[in-house]
Each structure stands twice: as C-alpha cells, then as structure tokens.
Design a protein around this ligand. Structure first.
Ligand code: V0V
Ligand code: CO
Length: 140
C-alpha cells in the first residue's frame, strides 16, 4: 500500500533559516514554498531524490500561529522530526483500508497538501508515536 517515502516533515521556528541550513549543508534545492492556512503552516519542499515511484523531499514547517499542530509540537517538544509522509496510489482507498484495521484517522477525507497533493493524517497514538501522513501526488 505504501509506495515510497514522499517526505519527512521537520518542524522549525524559522523557515528561512532552516532552508539556508539544508541548502548549504546538504546542497538541497527548494522546489516549492506554500502557505497552507488549513494546516496552519508555512512550508517548503526540498528535493532529495527521484525514484521509480516518484520523488522524495524534506518538508520544512513553520507554524503560522502558536495555536496550530506544528506550533503546539514546537512548544512541547522543540524543533525536530514532526511527521513522515508516505506515497500512496489512492489516498481515499488507503484511508478506508487503514481505518478498517482500527487505526484512528485524523482526516476522514483527503485534504489539500503541498504541490497539489491529496493528503490525510493518521493519529500518532495509533502508529507507535509517529504522526503519519498519506500522500497522493497530483502526478508521478
Ligand atoms: C502531537 N503528538 C505527536 C505529534 N504531535 N506525536 C508524534 N508526532 C507528532 N507530530 C502527541 C502529543 O505529544 C500528545 O501526546 C498527543 O499527540 C496529543 O497532542 P496535543 O499536544 O494535544 O496536540 P494537538 O492538539 O496538536 O493534536 C495532535 C495531532 C495534530 C497529531 C492530532 O497535531 C494533528 O491533527 N496533526 C495533523 C495535521 C498536521 O500536523 N499538519 C501540519 C503539517 P501526549 O503528550 O499526550 O502523550 S501540514 C503538511 O504536512 C502538509 C501541508 C503537506 O505535507 O503537504
Ligand atoms: Co507533510
């Protein structure tokens, strides 16, 4: 069901500073920057590699306000890995299949994600403490 790792989401206080860090230390390139009001984030995707099933990225996340998913995470845990996004062929189908196995779905239906993707989150408490995102890319 999971095709690949689409991205690793990293929470940070200052998006521009972290972009500079990833560019200068790892030589990565920003391929997209977006503000996602629904998710409460300002985010950037940095391209890591291309594979048979599509590309993989690091997603840097800065909260729009303290009272958001990433804002609360930063206050509680500080900067670091926030979630893992796995590529799936069909996010609606994947949600149905995973939900039927008793895993709590944060999103019952797909939401708008970075670069036109359809995304949905699974609750970290049911995935061994890992906030897990399903990603159906708009094209592969
Ligand atoms: C919270 N918890 C986490 C966590 N965030 N555990 C692992 N990884 C995380 N990232 C734990 C937290 O320590 C608590 O456990 C418990 O879950 C409840 O957390 P809370 O402090 O009450 O925080 P809330 O109210 O923010 O709820 C947590 C959830 C929320 C995961 C439900 O953050 C959420 O709905 N996230 C999904 C949306 C999201 O994260 N959007 C930003 C990325 P203890 O301490 O009680 O044991 S947007 C994105 O990736 C996009 C757009 C994209 O890829 O395209
Ligand atoms: Co993400």
């Amino acid at each position: 069901m999971l095709l690949r790792i689409d991205h690793v989401g990293v929470a940070c206080h200052n998006l521009e500073e972290k972009i500079e860090f990833y560019e200068s230390v790892f030589g990565l390139t920003v391929v997209s920057r977006e503000v996602n009001e629904e998710q409460g984030v300002r985010e950037a995707m940095l391209h890591v590699a291309d594979g048979d099933q599509g590309a993989s990225y690091v997603q840097l996340l800065e909260p729009l306000h303290p009272d958001t998913a990433v804002g609360r995470f930063l206050a509680k845990r500080g900067e670091g890995v926030h979630h893992i996004g796995y590529g799936v062929a069909d996010v609606t189908e994947a949600l149905e299949e995973i939900g039927a196995k008793g895993v709590r779905l944060i999103d019952e239906r797909p939401r708008h994600g970075s670069m036109g993707a359809s995304i949905a989150f699974l609750h970290p408490k049911d995935v061994g403490g890992v906030l897990t995102e399903l990603v159906e890319t708009s094209r592969r």
